[in-house]
Design a protein around this ligand. Structure first.
Ligand SMILES: NC(=O)c1ccc[n+]([C@@H]2O[C@H](COP(=O)([O-])OP(=O)(O)OC[C@H]3O[C@@H](n4cnc5c(N)ncnc54)[C@H](OP(=O)(O)O)[C@@H]3O)[C@@H](O)[C@H]2O)c1
Length: 269
């Protein structure tokens, strides 16, 4: 393996590694030598992820944590330091849309309850980025070494129809990433985003596929707008994550957004 992408000596926390995209990233970082802390709320899926990493020869452990709860993140941080060592990489991959804040003809903009807006903002921005950075960032700054990777969305750039709250929160993820990149630039901590295009996962399955597995009209629209004409596979995010995690490969890269979207954001019509 090239030294440029060698993560031996790194301890990577992946929040949302119980999910599809975070899971693929966790497995990829482990394949490149990082010890991986699988974080999420679902212990069954977390355990399965750890098993998959270990079966491939990697090292991982599951830590139950709720990204929107500071105490649970602080507890996880302490447990990770004890069992895997000081954290050097943080991947923030918890998030998703919530049907309650999806704008439809039956649920127009003016009907969206502010409490539901706040809950989705809390997941995607506060738990999705801010709280984990507050909990894991200072120790990385103190040691002068760290890479934080936040997962944005194409909807952060120009909003997709229907997902009003999610889009606004993900736009804020880009902005907050730039802020933190500047704030911690001289402290050895780099902060970047990956913007995934469309990848079948749990939180969007019903949006993309009918019961018989065929694409919904919305999925067809998405495919029509994607120059590569297909959706991504989660493993196609690994290269971007390993690059941004590796200090050797991306030592002068901070505040950037790396698009892995099949060209989705490169065209209008
Ligand atoms: N799939 C796509 O096409 C796509 C495109 C652009 C961006 N994204 C973003 O990529 C990230 C991963 O999504 P995914 O598509 O992989 O969906 P997913 O399979 O549903 O995974 C999302 C994960 O987030 C975790 N999560 C949710 N709330 C949490 C909380 N309060 N605390 C801790 N973990 C929490 C869940 O883990 P637990 O249930 O174990 O807590 C779940 O495993 C999200 O930020 C999503 O917005 C996805």
């Amino acid at each position: 393996m090239s030294d440029l992408f060698d993560l031996q000596g790194d301890v990577a926390v992946v929040i949302g590694a119980t999910g599809v995209l975070g899971g693929a990233i966790a497995e990829g970082l482990a394949r490149h030598g990082a010890k991986v802390a699988v974080l999420g709320r679902n212990a069954d899926r977390g355990g399965a992820r750890v098993q998959a990493i270990e079966a491939a020869g990697g090292k991982a452990a599951f830590f139950a944590a709720d990204a929107v709860n500071r105490e649970s993140l602080v507890a996880a941080n302490g447990a990770i330091e004890k069992s895997l060592g000081p954290v050097t990489v943080l991947v923030n991959a918890a998030g998703g849309n919530d049907p309650k804040v999806t704008v439809t003809p039956d649920n127009p903009v003016e009907n969206i309850a502010i409490a539901d807006w706040h809950a989705n903002f809390d997941l995607n921005l506060v738990g999705g980025v801010l709280l984990p950075c507050q909990v894991f960032g200072p120790a990385m700054c103190g040691r002068g070494r760290g890479s934080i990777i936040n997962i944005a969305s194409v909807s952060a750039h120009l909003p997709l129809s229907r997902v009003m709250t999610y889009s606004a929160a993900k736009a804020a993820v880009l902005n907050l990433t730039s802020f933190l990149a500047r704030e911690w630039a001289t402290k050895g901590v780099r902060v970047n985003t990956i913007t995934p295009g469309f990848f079948p996962a749990e939180q969007n399955r019903r949006l993309l596929f009918k019961d018989d597995g065929s694409p919904t009209p919305r999925a067809q629209q998405i495919l029509g707008h994607t120059p590569m004409g297909r959706m991504g596979e989660a493993k196609e995010l690994v290269g971007a994550a390993v690059y941004l995690a590796s200090h050797a490969a991306s030592s002068f890269v901070t505040g950037t957004d790396l698009r892995v979207d099949g060209g989705f954001l490169s065209q209008t019509i």
